[in-house]
Design a binder for this molecule. Structure first.
Ligand code: NAP
Length: 286
């Protein structure tokens, strides 16, 4: 048996056609959706990520501003930039690319972003809203994973989902989103004893660790859905996920590839949040 592929590129392109139409409609109503992306320093991976985000905005017609700052930008100066963008009516979403240089308190910067423009969904107000089931911008990566599950019409109610990883930006919000859909959720982490035992119970596995081959074929129940969030490099320097893809796809029912899986969906959900924020500002005006 070979798993069906959940193609994040194809799903993204499909969703972005609709986003381009939504952008045009907002522009026609006098609001041009705008995203500001702040990059501090010259981390090569971060440069690629912000470039891809700006390119995606261009693709659907969202106005984007990329602010590049040197590595020695002070925290006070960065907070001042965030404050200015909070008050800029042309900007509906603010994204500060992580990681930030060590001398800057990333949490402080995230908390400085107005929750109404927190399109990354990292603000404590957004996290609290997700936890309590109130409307908020959901973190883009786990939200993208939920859209992938939705795209295959997977009924989560009563299913057992195992999330490997408990970070604030992926693992924890992922678990809450699955819970909201009435899945029974197990969260695993570095102190989990017998990860294989937990994974073998799962109908859905989301791997978000950042280590190759965390999930191997002997850990997967036949027919399970496997979502691979990880981004790692193999021995040849090629991008790969946390899942032993070639072997796991022989056992799983559905699987996401790396690259071309969760990555593009993360950016797509950033666009979605930015459009929602622009829509909110239009609604507030009328
Ligand atoms: P992170 O903050 O480093 O969290 C990793 C999590 O994995 C931690 O909760 C850690 O447990 C857990 N873990 C580590 N070793 C483990 C093991 N042997 N067994 C079980 N759990 C283990 O990473 P993150 O930000 O969540 O990102 C995870 C991965 O997703 C990375 O590869 C990252 O690059 C990728 N990512 C991809 C996208 C995308 O758009 N595709 C977006 C975001 C992240 P402890 O909490 O106990 O330390």
């Amino acid at each position: 048996m070979s798993a069906l592929l959940i193609d994040g590129n194809a799903l993204s392109q499909h969703m972005r056609v609709d986003f381009a139409a939504r952008t045009q409609s907002l522009v026609a109503q006098g609001i041009h959706p705008g995203l500001a992306v702040i990059l501090v320093g010259d981390n090569p991976a971060s440069q690629v990520y912000v470039r891809n985000k700006v390119k995606a905005c261009e693709q659907v017609g969202i106005h984007s501003v990329l602010e590049k700052h040197p590595d020695d930008l002070t925290q006070a100066a960065l907070l001042a930039r965030v404050d200015a963008l909070n008050h800029d009516p042309r900007i509906h979403g603010i994204l500060v690319q992580l990681p930030l240089p060590k001398h800057i308190d990333a949490q402080k910067v995230i908390e400085a972003i107005a929750p109404s423009k927190d399109v990354d969904g990292f603000h404590v107000a957004s996290a609290g809203a997700l936890m309590t089931g109130l409307p908020a911008y959901w973190p883009c990566t786990p939200h993208g994973c939920m859209k992938m599950l939705e795209s295959i019409g997977y009924p989560l109610q009563g299913k057992h989902a195992v999330v490997i990883g408990r970070s604030n930006i992926v693992g924890k919000p992922m678990a809450l989103m699955l819970l909201q859909q009435n899945a029974t959720v197990t969260i695993c982490h570095s102190a989990t004893v017998d990860l294989k035992h937990h994974c073998l119970q799962a109908d859905v596995i989301v791997a978000a660790v950042g280590r190759r081959n965390v999930l191997t074929a002997d850990m997967v129940k036949p027919g399970a859905v496997v979502i691979d969030v990880g981004m790692n490099r193999d021995d040849a320097g090629k991008l790969c996920g946390d899942v032993d893809f070639e072997a796991v796809k022989q056992v799983a029912g559905y699987i996401t590839p790396v690259p071309g899986g969760v990555g593009p969906m993360t950016i797509t959900m950033l666009l979605a949040n930015t459009l929602d924020s622009a829509q909110q500002s239009l609604s507030a005006k009328t």
